[in-house]
Design a protein around this ligand. Structure first.
Ligand code: COS
Length: 399
């Protein structure tokens, strides 16, 4: 259905890159909490940070499915590399390509291709996490310009970012319809990035706070129409969630691959532990769930590529893949036993890294809300409006 030889060739290339270039530095990045600068340069040179950039701006213009395979394969070896690539593409390049004006695209996208410039997305605030509409950062008009104040937290990639997109309230009192977005360069006076956050996992991935202190922006910095910021970012997150699903999938697959290899080699009671049904059942459950998650993630990507409505699929893909990721990395540690608890065997890193997938770009609880709302919307459509019905309003409805 969504399998195609071009994507599989690309998968092999990324797998080789991940094993030859990412694997040797992944553990060190976890220990030092620093993204490797040579690896970052390689991601730039190979256009992995701009996979989704349209061809008219010089980009490779890959489809979502190909992008998802890249994130999956990188995460199979290193979650920090997976999220760095996922965020740069789906939260950076994609919104600029889809919501930016022609001038903004010309300003930002060519550099993302030729120089590997990273674009970051600032939505989350201390008081606006799941409730993204609770944004407090604000921009007010001043002499034809905008004056932006506020802050954003838990932002991915800010220390290597060139461009910032941020949401802010421009029409107080209008709720979500009063939120707009702005795009500006990192050198803009009043912009600063806080120190790196210490996290449970994804240590190599750069996470920090953005500060906006009286940033003066020209009218041209407004990103799309005023008041559309909330919807733009909801749409961006619909796509971003497929990337997080792919990340969870890769982390799960990496853990399974290690567990299979270990179970074949590790001998106890005079034979490989792979001979024990207890181990075989774990491996079988892991592989089955990974395959199901892969179908959901690829299907969401394929639906997006075909231009269909994909918010429900992307929420399902992220929700399921991230829970599968938690299950599989947990089981992999169990199969490796004491060796799995040690950092040398990588599965404990995958276990810590995958937890983010149940939180970032919308918690699992938010994904369930999104899915349920779609189900109930269908239900509402299936029920005749009360005003046109002849039966009593209290009559039970058959579904
Ligand atoms: N695509 C396009 N438009 C969307 C949309 C989407 N996926 N989701 C909502 N909207 C629109 C709605 O149609 C509505 O438009 P109108 O007011 O014109 O009718 C508007 O946005 C407000 O929607 P709603 O009232 O449903 O918003 P809620 O505050 O109830 O929020 C959830 C809905 C909870 C789903 C949303 O806030 C959310 O996804 N929160 C999680 C945020 C998140 O993931 N944060 C992590 C960021 S990490 S980068």
């Amino acid at each position: 259905m969504w399998w195609n030889p071009k994507v599989e060739i690309f998968r092999r290339e990324i797998r080789a890159f991940a094993e030859e270039v990412v694997a040797p530095v992944a553990q060190r990045m976890d220990e030092t909490s620093e993204f490797d600068s040579d690896l970052l340069q390689q991601l730039r040179d190979r256009h992995l940070l701009c996979l989704l950039c349209p061809v008219e701006y010089g980009g490779p213009d890959y489809d979502t499915l190909t992008y998802v395979v890249a994130v999956e394969e990188l995460s199979r070896i290193c979650g920090s590399t997976g999220i760095t690539v996922a965020a740069a593409n789906s939260l950076g390049v994609w919104p600029v390509a889809n919501f930016g004006s022609k001038a903004q695209k010309e300003m930002v996208l060519p550099g993302a291709v030729t120089e590997g410039h990273v674009i970051v997305f600032g939505l989350t605030e201390p008081g606006a996490g799941s409730d993204a509409g609770g944004t407090k950062s604000a921009a007010s008009r001043q002499d034809g310009d905008w004056l932006l104040n506020g802050s954003k937290c838990f932002i991915t990639n800010p220390h290597f970012a060139e461009w910032i997109i941020a949401t802010a309230v421009t029409r107080p009192g209008e709720g979500k319809h009063g939120i707009s977005s702005f795009v500006f360069h990192k050198s803009t006076t009043g912009f600063s990035v806080g120190k790196r956050e210490h996290k449970l996992g994804l240590h190599g991935s750069d996470t920090a706070t953005l500060h906006f202190d009286n940033i003066r922006l020209s009218a041209g910095a407004l990103f799309g129409p005023e008041g559309e910021g909330f919807k733009q970012f909801m749409k961006t997150l619909d796509g971003g969630r497929i990337g997080i699903g792919a990340m969870a999938l890769g982390l799960a697959q990496g853990a399974l691959d290690i567990a299979i290899e270990y179970a074949g080699k590790r001998r106890q009671f005079g034979r490989p532990i792979a001979d024990q049904q207890a181990i075989q059942w774990k491996l079988a459950d892991m592989a089955t769930q990974i395959e199901a998650a892969r179908h959901l993630v690829y299907q969401a990507a394929d639906t997006k590529d075909k231009g269909g409505s994909f918010a429900r699929q992307s929420a399902m893909a992220k929700l399921y893949a991230s829970e599968v990721g938690r299950f599989c990395t947990y089981q992999a540690i169990q199969i490796l036993g004491g060796a799995g608890y040690m950092t040398a065997n990588r599965v404990e890193r995958h276990y810590r890294d995958v937890k983010l997938c149940e939180i970032g770009e919308g918690t699992s609880e938010i994904q369930r809300i999104v899915i349920a709302r779609h189900l109930l919307k269908d239900f509402e459509r299936a029920v005749e409006p009360a005003a046109t019905r002849e039966v009593a309003a209290t009559e039970p409805v058959e579904i």
